[in-house]
Design a protein around this ligand. Structure first.
Ligand code: ACO
Length: 429
């Protein structure tokens, strides 16, 4: 098979190298295209554009495969804690017992927030959007650690930055919730696991220590593991774009939080529950909403359906669907929204509109129900996603530096006015 792609342009031929990834996926390297031909490529939304070579996560959307550093998501979800998963994503290997002890120790050490940072919460309105606070606070953490503001991609500097972010994102998230609820902040408890500590900071009260059931702790762990990385999605690409200017890790992940916020990306888990609640409150049949999503002149979309990459099924949604069933059963909980979700899934899977467009439930479709069962309030869902995605953002930021990626700077095709002369104010109509 030829390892060159040949492009014919204006009667002239140009050859471009074909590169093959370790899972057999192929790309045409057009790095020299503009220099050689004067042309650029147009790929709105970057659906066909590779922006980097990466060793971290592999996704095969057609086959529904997701692997972290070579380990299938099903295997990791079944066996690993979020802390082990984060280590794997950051450092490329599952930790040994000693490495895990030291990594967990660093997470415990960095869990508390600086007292002055704590004061910033008090100036915010209680209904401030949690994602705005999270993004701002993550950026602000760096103000209290000037030593890690420099770009560290290895050694102690990187280890500290990574542990600090992974740990503090959890404390900030819990305190955002406490602030909005008008409740006192709970300091982290170093004797608890990563997930139990988060739940303690969220839900303990002065006279009532929150002790999560093992089912809840396991469910939260699973949620975080499933969100830990997903190759070059919107927020991770944002982190890479910001990092490519050699911006520090904190500002880069803070931008990632903002990209995640939108309802077409991480905000979808909130939008799914809002949609299910609306269907429930309306009393209208589920098919009305399906028809609305199909109508050409209606912008309504079924939240939690469709994915840029998965065109068959999202392996994370299959794991989550089963986990939701198990958790509700073990906790003996009924959730009427789950019944609506099941009906919606069943009817869309049988509908030709959704079949033709390969629209299947994505990770957000069931994650909202799982978060409800854990007791997480709706306005915190996307924040939960951000906690989970932190290892992926950090690992991608580090990798772009290790690979000495050029600054991201796409081109455009200009469609505006040609040259015009300035019109004095009195002559403008
Ligand atoms: N409901 C109804 N129709 C849909 C949906 C949906 N959820 N998603 C896509 N379509 C239709 C589009 O209208 C379009 O139809 P057309 O060909 O007749 O014009 C076709 O399917 C292709 O849609 P695109 O927008 O081109 O797909 P794209 O890959 O750009 O978007 C996205 C993917 C953003 C996930 C989209 O499917 C969507 O908006 N889904 C709902 C939001 C959501 O759940 N987002 C979470 C994604 S997962 C994550 O970020 C963790």
């Amino acid at each position: 098979m030829s390892d060159k792609a040949v492009l014919t342009l204006e009667g002239k031929q140009y050859e471009y190298d074909i590169h093959t990834g370790s899972e057999g996926e192929r790309c045409i390297d057009i790095t020299n295209l503009r220099k050689e031909t004067g042309y650029i490529t147009m790929d709105e939304g970057f659906g066909n554009t590779g922006s980097c070579y990466s060793d971290i996560t592999f996704v095969d959307g057609a086959k529904g495969i997701l692997k972290y550093r070579g380990y299938p998501i099903e295997d990791i979800a079944e066996n690993a804690t979020f802390v082990e998963t984060a280590y794997l994503i950051l450092y490329g290997e599952l930790p040994t017992a000693d490495q895990l002890r030291s990594f967990s120790g660093a997470l415990k050490e960095h869990a508390p927030l600086h007292t002055n940072l704590k004061h910033h919460f008090s100036g915010l309105p209680s209904d401030a959007p949690p994602m705005a606070i999270l993004s701002a606070m993550l950026n602000m953490v760096s103000c209290f650690h000037p030593d890690i503001l420099e770009v560290h991609t290895s050694g102690k500097g990187f280890d500290k930055s990574a542990a600090l972010l992974l740990s503090k994102v959890r404390t900030i998230a819990a305190w955002v919730f406490r602030m909005a609820a008008g409740k006192a902040f709970n300091d982290p408890n170093p004797n608890l696991s990563y997930c139990a500590n988060f739940l303690h900071m969220m839900f303990s009260d002065p006279y009532q220590e929150y002790i999560p059931s093992p089912v809840i702790e396991k469910a939260l762990n699973l949620f975080l593991v499933l969100h830990a990385d997903h190759e070059q999605n919107c927020s991770t690409s944002t982190v890479r774009v910001v990092g490519s200017s050699r911006a520090n890790l904190f500002s880069s992940v803070s931008a990632g939080v903002c990209a995640l916020w939108g309802p077409l990306h991480g905000g979808a888990n909130t939008a799914v529950i809002q949609m299910l609640e609306e269907i429930q409150a309306s009393g209208r049949p589920v098919t009305d909403y399906i028809n609305m999503a199909k109508a050409k002149n209606n912008t309504f979309r079924l939240m939690g359906f469709g994915h840029r990459v998965y065109k068959n099924f999202d392996p994370r949604s299959i794991i989550l669907k089963k986990a939701v069933d198990d958790v509700l059963q073990e906790l003996n909980m009924q959730d009427p929204l789950l019944d609506i979700a099941r009906e919606l899934e069943e009817k869309t899977l049988a509908d030709s509109y959704f079949k033709e467009r390969n629209l299947y439930p994505n990770v957000d479709f069931y994650s909202g129900i799982l978060l409800r069962a854990i007791g997480i309030p709706l306005n915190m869902y996307t924040v939960m996603f951000a906690i989970g995605r932190m290892p992926g953002w950090i690992a991608n930021w580090r990798e772009l530096h290790d690979h000495k990626q050029r600054i991201s700077r796409p081109r455009q095709i200009f469609t505006g006015s040609n040259t015009r002369s300035y019109i004095p104010l009195e002559k403008r109509t």
